[in-house]
Design a protein around this ligand. Structure first.
Ligand SMILES: O=C(O)CCC(=O)C(=O)O
Ligand SMILES: [Fe+2]
Length: 304
């Protein structure tokens, strides 16, 4: 067998090498290196980009880089997600912001007991095509390094979670992705296809910290208080870097026949952790043995 050949199992899923080596990744397949010289540490444009991202992350827990992806990349990713759309797991689940099960020992209006219906779905990371451009972007060490620089955190790692590491999120007409915190530390969002209406990303920057859950503020936001809410209108090709573990966030209901598709490469500071089984099931439709084996306490002690 040739070295680079993928072994395809009966379900035609790759079970061989799952990562692109750095030499196989041509950054120009997805980014214009003149405008975004992410590979060139000393380039003034890269320095300006990093400074811009750090400002946004410091002030709002969110950085926005418009038109990061090339048109070719948007097209390739839209094609992949559209081909895989039927594999998006139905996600009709009632979730609370922490993705935990109901706890009847708590008062009824505790935010852990406030559930909303999530109808958006994911094309899980283990469904991506063998030649997926999204996987190439995810596997690029240059991209990991750039994101780490923007976050001013290091080292960061790709997430070990086989389902959640770099999925596409899909929202059809009327779908909703309710308020929640993420199980991973950082998410990069790349919008691949806009819906005609709705689909706005709303977030409450740093509403909780590693030291304080701020249940009262979270409850207020869930009940409609807009005082801490910011809205980000993403366009196709935009890149967003987001600290989803501390900032409560949601995507407003979409409308129109064109589904909203967003790629979500995710990064962590602990290379061993994955989602808890309940979280994996509620978000990605199923839990795997790894989710049970690696269920450990979190360094920050926050609920998830
Ligand atoms: O679709 C988005 O913009 C965000 C999705 C999200 O919050 C998530 O997958 O955890
Ligand atoms: Fe999220």
């Amino acid at each position: 067998m040739a070295r680079n050949e993928l072994v395809i199992d009966q379900n035609e899923r790759p079970v061989g090498p799952s990562a692109y080596a750095a030499a196989e990744i041509d950054l120009r397949e997805f980014v214009d290196l003149e405008e975004f010289p992410i590979h060139d540490m000393e380039h003034p444009r890269r320095k300006a980009l990093v400074a811009h991202a750090r400002e946004g992350l410091k002030a709002f827990g969110c950085a926005h880089i418009p038109k990061f992806l090339t048109d070719h990349a948007i097209e390739a990713m839209r094609g992949e997600a559209t081909r895989l759309m039927a594999k998006a797991l139905p996600a009709d689940a009632r979730i609370n912001p922490y993705l935990t099960a109901d706890d009847e020992t708590l008062p009824k209006d505790h935010p852990k007991r406030i559930f909303a219906r999530r109808t958006s779905s994911f094309i899980n990371s283990d469904e991506l095509e063998p030649t997926s451009l999204l996987r190439k972007i995810y596997d690029s060490d240059v991209v990991v390094h750039f994101i780490g620089d923007c976050l001013n955190v290091g080292p960061i790692y790709r997430w070990a979670d086989p389902l959640g590491r770099n999925p596409y999120s899909v929202m059809h007409d009327g779908d909703y992705f309710p308020w929640h915190f993420d199980g991973n530390d950082f998410t990069v969002s790349m919008l691949v296809q806009e819906s005609e209406g709705g689909g706005d990303f709303e977030y409450c920057p740093n509403i909780r910290t590693a030291e304080a859950e701020s249940f009262d503020d979270v409850k207020a936001a869930l009940k409609g208080d807009r005082s801490k809410v910011k809205v980000l209108k993403l366009r196709e090709g935009d890149l967003q870097i987001f600290r989803g573990r501390y900032s409560l966030h949601r995507v407003t209901p979409t409308n129109g026949p064109v589904p909203r598709i967003i790629a979500l490469p995710t990064y962590v500071t602990n290379p061993y952790l994955v989602n808890r089984p309940h979280h994996a099931k509620a978000f990605y439709g199923r839990a795997m043995p790894i989710h049970v084996e690696r269920e450990m306490s979190r360094v920050d002690g926050l609920t998830d």
